[in-house]
Write a protein that binds this ligand. Structure first.
Ligand code: AMP
Ligand code: FE
Ligand code: FE
Ligand code: ZN
Length: 290
């Protein structure tokens, strides 16, 4: 079983990279991608954990990049792009990851200031402690709000205070998506659009825009995702077939920060093979038992 989208403490998940691998094995997976937001910081520890396993297991190293699409009128749609098996030393993309992480700090602090000004007892210092060196994201703010007894759960925090339609929300300065696709491809990686039609999160890209991104070098669409309706999955699968790109299925596991479990959605071995055959940045890592 193959799960190609998961988060660790290197971003807004709650499992360390080693725990993530251990939990993946326990969940019955034999292939996992670690895809923290805007960072490769978890790659090394995850790889070490796989190299000490005594069961067959494969690790796909990746990153979930924060991106934005601008239409002809300049209207912005935020989206996430999974980049798999790119060279982490490729300079331009590396610089973009650093910029994106840095922007997450300023932006997170602004949201905290907005909430604090409205009387919610939350401090930036506490959020930074909770993030503990990982790429800062709204789930860390959510945990600070839970700690302060403002909300009952991170989910509740996302339902209003932290949602993108909240008055306290501040967007990130994300990568322009055509640029991101180009940089990932030039670093030997495979760009796949994450949760393309997760409509509850906000605006999504229409089919014609997805086609435009495929022309720009997009190689896959994440079709099976917990935030996708059955109807949208069917349409995305048909669109991917029409456009000739691969499809993936993934849990988007975040440990205790989300309710979804590892292996909740999976990718077919055929799709994984296609993905691997398109990658030239870094290798798949296999456990010694394989
Ligand atoms: P940010 O990257 O700071 O804009 O925060 C978005 C992140 O929050 C994404 O990684 C989502 O997976 C995560 N997220 C979205 N909805 C929820 C939720 N209801 N509970 C926990 N995390 C969420
Ligand atoms: Fe996340
Ligand atoms: Fe995402
Ligand atoms: Zn994710």
């Amino acid at each position: 079983m193959i799960d190609l989208h998961t988060h660790s403490t290197a971003s807004d998940g709650t499992d360390s990279p080693a725990e993530l691998i251990r939990h993946a094995v326990a969940a019955g997976l034999n292939t996992l991608a670690i895809t923290d937001h805007d960072t490769t910081a978890g790659w090394e520890l995850a790889a070490e954990a796989v190299q000490s396993l005594d069961v067959p297991f494969r690790l796909v190293r990746g990153t979930e990049f924060s991106c934005a699409y601008f239409d002809r009128d300049g209207r912005r749609t935020g989206l996430h792009l999974l980049g798999y098996l790119f060279d982490p030393a490729a300079e331009e993309l590396k610089a973009e990851r650093a910029r994106l992480r840095d922007n997450r700090l300023g932006r997170g602090e602004k949201i905290v200031q907005n909430l604090a000004a409205a009387g919610y007892p939350i401090t930036w210092q506490r959020v930074v402690e909770i993030a503990d060196g990982g790429s800062v994201g709204r789930p860390h703010l959510g945990r600070a709000l839970v700690e302060a007894n403002v909300v009952g759960s991170v989910d509740d925090a996302f339902a209003n205070l932290l949602s993108s339609s909240s008055p306290y929300y501040v967007p990130k300065q994300d990568m322009e998506v055509h640029d991101a696709i180009g940089l990932i491809r030039r670093a030997g990686g495979v760009p796949v659009i994450a949760h393309a039609w997760a409509r509850t999160r906000g605006k999504v890209l229409q089919a014609d825009v997805l086609a435009e991104l495929v022309d720009a070098g997009l190689l896959g669409i994440e079709v099976d995702h917990p935030d996708h309706s059955a109807e949208d999955r069917g349409k995305l699968r048909a669109l991917a077939a029409e456009l000739g790109v691969l499809t993936t299925g993934s849990s988007d596991y975040h440990g205790a920060n989300k309710t979804v479990r590892l292996r909740a959605e999976t990718t077919s071995p055929e799709s994984l093979e296609r993905l691997l055959s398109s990658a030239t940045g870094v290798e798949l890592i296999s456990s010694p038992a394989r």
